[in-house]
Design a protein around this ligand. Structure first.
Ligand SMILES: Nc1ncnc2c1ncn2[C@@H]1O[C@H](COP(=O)(O)OP(=O)(O)OP(=O)(O)O)[C@@H](O)[C@H]1O
Length: 574
């Protein structure tokens, strides 16, 4: 039948027989030959097609048919089996992927995305994170809202607290709103080129977190099955998808929303700081408890005026729109080092409930293009902070400071940073088309006199604020605050000062609390007066005064006693 249906193969089979006869004349090869023969005994139907193709191809090229040789024949048989296995594997793989897609609903967040941090923080709050046998533990900064993590917490309150998080490359199963879910945190293998950078959550680049749940083919099966039985397949898939959307997917969305809210609630009590990375993307770098504005001690009405100006700006978007004026406000905080410029920005951000987006012109990855991209990605309501701007741009050079430095400008000789951003690129970022409406720009400098007038012209910088060396009144105020136990962190925060009068009210509150305080028989107010009288007017920075007080944390009298020698040592150098 074999030779009948294919005469060419029939002949081949005869030749094969002859060949094996020859082989029997060589005893050394006999056992091998037998085993090959046994392979050939696999039902011929399974490889007939392949053998006949091989024979036909050989005939076309005038070669002896491969079936004449038992080695070739067995090789072809093995090949056929291999191909069949590969096909089964391919189909199997596709089937698994297909089923996964159908049955598992999942969402994935990259480590560089904020959602990653939200979900991780959400996990830390869940029971499964502390019950799991594989978890990561990470320290967290203490805040007024942080919950105690152990019985000995108070004893070690000087140390950071800690929280349990899903471990990298682990899966955690849990129930959420009556639905079975699992979270997988997957971390890529470390690159042989060196250490990967980590994000603020400690995750490495390329790390992902995936939240998965079962689709509705399994859940609510009565409904689905009923539909399946009575509907055409197209309808079923549509209906299943619809059911899916209303539950499995929605459950994932709920989870992400819950984690976002949880994160936002924590963030309300903190100031979040974003920095530009080397690729020109914003990355959340840290968050810190809101610094109460009352802890910033400035001369005269400076603090009140700046806060009122910023609040006024934030309330008047329509006013700007009606007049076609770009809805942006620029501030320049300038003055001697250590006078509170950065601290004031942080406290203002907390007061205005804005996050801070810091651009460091020393960032080598920053070019005019990436700077423009950053501007586009800046949220409408935020503080954009450019610190120590004089270190990068001292005069209108149109190029980076390296050029400026070589341009015999002595002022650039010290503390100069090299940047790839051009001066025009910077101006464009500040108020070009890409600049976000609604943002508050704050630049800080120790040397306003060195700046190009174009950088600080009205429209770019609307309000210039001098933060000078300390007056006696400031020193007295700082002294009182330093030795006064805060009533509570909330009381000193100007949360209620959304109205313009809030500043004064909150300041009075912290002052009156301090005045009531006594050290021995003398009021703190009187000791503070004695202290500040030892300082010259505008002789030292507030940072220097704070540094002195830090040496006598628990003893205001000692701080007074050593004030003269301190002043002598500092003022001469100032
Ligand atoms: N006016 C101030 N009120 C309260 N604290 C101040 C004040 N000025 C400085 N300090 C304290 O001094 C330290 C340094 O202040 P800060 O970094 O804000 O100064 P700066 O003007 O930004 O300095 P630099 O110009 O060197 O960057 C901070 O710990 C801050 O609390």
């Amino acid at each position: 039948m074999f030779s009948k249906s294919n005469p060419a193969l029939g002949a081949a089979s005869m030749r094969s027989f002859n060949t094996s006869n020859r082989m029997t004349e060589q005893p050394a090869s006999q056992s091998l030959s037998e085993s090959i023969e046994s392979l050939s005994s696999i039902p011929r139907e399974s490889h007939t097609g392949l053998l006949s193709i091989a024979d036909t191809v050989a005939r076309i090229f005038g070669l002896p048919p491969p079936t004449a040789n038992p080695f070739t024949q067995s090789g072809l048989t093995l090949g056929a089996i291999g191909i069949a296995a590969a096909i089964v594997r391919l189909i199997g793989g596709h089937a698994v992927t297909f089923l996964k897609r159908r049955l598992i609903v999942a969402c994935e967040a990259d480590a560089r995305d904020d959602v990653f941090a939200w979900i991780l923080a959400w996990c830390a709050d869940q029971k499964f994170a502390s019950q799991s046998t594989r978890f990561a533990v990470a320290s967290v900064a203490r805040s007024s809202t942080s919950t105690s993590t152990s019985a000995v917490d108070d004893e070690f309150s000087h140390l950071p607290s800690y929280q349990f998080l899903p471990a990298p490359n682990s899966t955690h199963f849990f129930w959420y709103k009556g639905r079975f879910m699992w979270i997988t945190r997957s971390r890529p293998k470390p690159s042989p080129m060196g250490s990967s950078s980590t994000t603020s959550t400690g995750a490495v680049a390329g790390e992902k977190i995936t939240v998965s749940t079962l689709g509705n083919l399994f859940r609510g099966s009565v409904r689905s099955n009923n539909l399946k039985l009575s509907s055409a397949s197209g309808t079923v898939s549509t209906v299943v998808k619809a059911v899916d959307k209303s539950s499995a997917r929605m459950a994932l969305e709920d989870l992400v929303e819950d984690s976002r809210k949880l994160f936002a609630e924590r963030d309300l009590k903190r100031t979040v700081i974003y920095s530009a990375d080397q690729y020109g993307n914003w990355r959340r770098t840290r968050s810190r408890p809101i610094r109460p504005l009352s802890t910033i001690v400035l001369d005269g009405e400076t603090k009140k005026n700046v806060l009122n100006d910023a609040l006024e700006f934030m309330k008047n978007e329509k006013w700007y729109g009606d007049r076609g004026i770009p809805y942006r406000r620029g501030y320049m905080f300038y003055g001697y080092p250590g006078t509170g410029k950065t601290s004031f920005v942080t406290a203002l951000a907390g007061e205005l409930k804005l996050n801070i987006y810091v651009i460091s012109l020393a960032n080598k990855g920053l070019t005019d293009e990436t700077l423009t991209e950053l501007m586009v990605d800046t949220p409408p309501r935020c503080i954009l902070l450019l610190e120590d701007i004089d270190a990068a741009f001292v005069s209108r050079s149109g190029a980076n400071p390296a050029a400026a430095a070589s341009n015999t400008n002595n002022s650039t000789a010290s503390g100069t940073i090299v940047t790839n951003v051009t001066f025009s690129g910077l101006l464009n970022a500040i108020d070009g088309v890409a600049a976000q409406e609604g943002r508050i720009l704050i630049m800080t400098t120790n040397h306003i006199e060195k700046l190009d007038p174009a950088l600080i012209r009205p429209g770019r910088v609307d309000v210039k604020v001098l933060l000078d060396k300390a007056t006696r009144a400031q020193i007295k105020q700082l002294f009182i605050q330093f030795y006064t136990k805060p009533i509570s962190s909330d009381a000193t925060t100007l949360e209620s000062s959304a109205d313009a009068g809030g500043v004064g009210a909150a300041l009075k509150e912290s002052e009156s609390a301090a005045v009531g305080c006594h050290v021995g028989t003398e009021s703190l107010e009187r000791i503070a007066r004695r202290f500040c009288e030892r300082f010259p007017e505008r002789g030292v920075s507030m940072a220097a005064v704070q540094g002195h007080l830090m040496r006598f944390k628990a003893d205001p009298e000692e701080a007074v006693a050593h004030a003269h020698s301190f002043v002598d040592s500092v003022v001469d150098k100032a």
